[in-house]
Design a protein around this ligand. Structure first.
Ligand code: BG6
Length: 501
């Protein structure tokens, strides 16, 4: 709702432009509980005020509120869906419909069936009035269920009408990955195994599972983050240049990349994948409970809240370049960063004692927070003695563009309303991602729950995750902005820098 409200504000400021909502639109909430239009509006007003305090304004809300309605039905009740269709006609509401399925995963198929049976879904694609559907993640819980869901969707909608949300694609910094790579001549020629040593993706959160213990128990970090957000980041950073900016041209390349990931078969999982689960600890100065103490979590749960793994892309560009990925909840900082690590310079000149060893060049894309890009390189410290130090060129969105970027959902809901699917996941893409993670999940689930390594909340995951990367002579890295010590390295590897003692 904050996203829709902010789109409405945008619409009021610049009505009728390509990038605002259509002149005539309504928002209809459909659910089981008894509510009136009025009580629903009051509820939404409260949340928009709370979650969008910077843009909330009473007068704009008064213009927005009459467009909101509430329709009660059980999902199993076809008549309730038919009544919704009748209501659209009776109240002369717009006939183009964007169905946003923010429902429990096990209700998705029921709702799709009802949309088809009630005639609300019109499988004829582009013709007016159109219907489209937005599906939230998780899209299935493995390859088989994702395929079944795709098949069911096909009975009601054509692929062009289906918008599978991965909110990471709505983030400006994620969209910027392709611009950085393909709108500059500086990086792309170096973007391959000849010049790059490895790539890291860190997606750490300080929050725990919050109120979502029940959902998270069924998911875990691999399903919740890796299958979707991580696969998206990985494909954007590693894909080949698309032939055009057409949605399918971009998605073709992303699928190709995901399919080029070297499978991690069950017997290789132990050597390439580390899982972990947070125990009680302290995050940002506050004592927090362990995963087992969270509401909705089984006391003996073996669900992972952290995962780190090493992946390879088997193609000419990336031959031999490892991608190290880690994601976890209850870590010391909220950071999503992709860092591209260049090969170390030869062990001559400044890369030898007494000057070296030097930190290699790193290009870091700060997806969030402090959105920006940093390039780490070596400089001579002023003075008679030759001392070499790592420093950074730093680009910051906030400094360059001022106001914070719009929320991902704002962009995504608008794109779906406009019919642009570039930032949504295609059926083959989602299946390719499951194909990669399925064997990992199965191998992990086959292990005893009690065997999952713990990590204290507020730390960077279990020591096994450090061992995973350190056994290759590398370290987990997050480039920190404007700090004297440009690079924060995590691990227990003492003074070793990048593979050498
Ligand atoms: C969601 C996951 O998709 O992404 C959550 O289900 C996670 O568990 C969230 O917290 C992270 O999103 P963001 O935008 O805060 O990085």
């Amino acid at each position: 709702m904050p996203a829709l409200y902010n789109l409405f504000c945008q619409h009021c400021q610049a009505p009728g432009t390509d990038l605002s909502l259509p002149e005539s639109f309504a928002v209809i909430g459909v659910a089981r509980r008894e509510k009136t239009d009025e009580s629903f509006r009051a509820e939404l007003r409260e949340s928009v005020e709370r979650f969008s305090p910077d843009t909330f304004d009473g007068e704009t809300w008064r213009q927005f509120a009459p467009r909101i309605r509430y329709h009660r039905t059980d999902f199993e009740n076809l008549d309730g869906f038919k009544a919704l269709g009748k209501r659209l006609a009776d109240e002369k509401l717009p006939q183009n419909c964007l169905f946003y399925l923010a429902v429990q995963p096990d209700s998705i198929i029921t709702v799709i069936d009802q949309l088809r049976a009630s005639g609300l879904a019109r499988p004829d694609g582009g013709r007016q009035p159109w219907s489209r559907v937005i599906i939230e993640k998780p899209f299935g819980r493995d390859l088989a269920s994702a395929r079944a869901l795709n098949e069911r969707l096909r009975t009601a909608f054509s692929e062009k009408q289906v918008f599978r949300i991965d909110h990471y694609l709505g983030k400006e910094t994620v969209q910027n990955i392709l611009v950085l790579r393909f709108a500059n001549s500086l990086f792309e020629p170096l973007w391959n195994h000849k010049y790059l040593d490895h790539v890291q993706i860190t997606m750490s959160e300080t929050i725990g599972v919050e109120t979502r213990g029940h959902y998270y128990e069924q998911a875990g970090a691999i399903r919740d983050i890796v299958q979707n957000h991580v696969m998206q980041l990985l494909s954007l950073v590693a894909m080949e240049p698309p032939a055009s900016l057409d949605p399918d041209a971009i998605r073709d390349e992303k699928v190709q990349l995901i399919r080029s990931l070297r499978p991690i078969p069950a017997d290789a999982v132990a050597g390439s994948v580390v899982r972990g689960q947070y125990a009680a600890g302290e995050v940002l100065g506050k004592a927090v409970p362990g995963y087992h103490q969270e509401e909705g979590v089984a006391p003996d749960s073996g669900t992972e809240t952290f995962v780190a793994f090493r992946a390879f892309v088997d193609n000419w560009r990336w031959a031999g370049v490892p991608f190290y990925i880690r994601t976890g909840k209850r870590m010391p900082a909220r950071v999503t960063e992709i860092s591209v690590h260049f090969k170390p310079v030869p062990q001559v000149l400044f890369n030898n004692p007494p000057y070296g060893p030097m930190q290699p060049n790193v290009l870091a894309m700060r997806i969030q927070p402090n959105e920006g890009i940093a390039l780490q390189f070596q400089v001579k410290r002023p003075g008679a003695a030759t001392r070499v130090q790592a420093s950074q060129l730093d680009f910051s969105y906030a400094e360059e563009f001022g106001a914070a970027a719009p929320e991902a959902y704002q962009r995504l809901l608008l794109d779906a309303a406009l019919g642009d699917a570039t930032l949504f996941t295609r059926n083959d893409e989602v299946e390719a991602a499951w194909q990669f993670v399925d064997p990992i999940i199965h191998a992990c689930e086959a292990r005893p729950a009690a065997g999952i390594p713990g990590y204290a909340a507020g730390t960077w995951g279990p020591s096994e995750a450090d061992a995973l990367i350190e056994s290759d002579g590398r370290r987990w890295t997050v480039l920190r902005r404007h700090e004297h010590h440009a690079t924060e390295e995590h691990g227990r590897m003492g003074a070793r820098a990048h593979g050498r003692a």
